[in-house]
Design a protein around this ligand. Sequence first.
Ligand code: ATP
Ligand code: MG
Length: 207
Amino acid sequence: MIQRRVGIMGGTFDPIHIGHLILGESAWEQFHLDKVLFMPSGNPPHKTQRRGASNEQRVEMVKRAIRSNDHFELSTAEMHEQGYVYTKETLKRLHAEHPDTEYYFIMGADSLLTFDTWMSPQEICDQCILIAAVRDQMSTAELDQAIVKMRAQYHADIRKLESPNLDISSHTIRNRCLRGESIRYYVPDAVREYIQNEGIYGNQQST
Ligand code: ATP
Ligand code: MG
């Protein structure tokens, strides 16, 4: 019997920003989740030769960002020194450990569009409910279309998240740091201070 609903926010979080946080909070609220796990990925296959924050720094930024939220939790289930952990394996493990829990995998529209290229998309769909949110320039109509396709292709249980479309990405934040521009309000203050103190993304005297 399902007794708990848990959201999973996977990502590189390089760095974590308010787009991720609002996505997680919207999912928690709209789908009556008990909690949301923020799960930084170790070394995602589509982001090889990544520069930027170290694994430890990405984890630390997530910790700082979610500290004040009782229903947000860090999970290092996908954080491994060597290589990456596939989402299907993570889900399998979580189900074995918590058979009473239903998992909701939360993602932005861009992730949905590349879902076909993930390892074993069918097995992922079989093991969780997907929550999809609009992002950037994608229209709601396009997102609806992608959702219909996912249902047809994988018999996915996929739901649409009503959330604000915040045009913000980690990439933008890294570039702003490099140019010495302010990232205030793009990330929580505790994350901004950490980025600054550790000098993570290069030149950032005015952040
Ligand atoms: P990068 O620019 O490095 O790709 P990112 O901002 O896309 O970083 P990720 O860690 O790649 O962040 O994203 C993790 C998840 O959060 C993905 O499913 C992504 O679609 C979603 N996401 C990130 N930012 C937003 C946003 N502003 N609105 C909606 N979803 C978002
Ligand atoms: Mg991304």
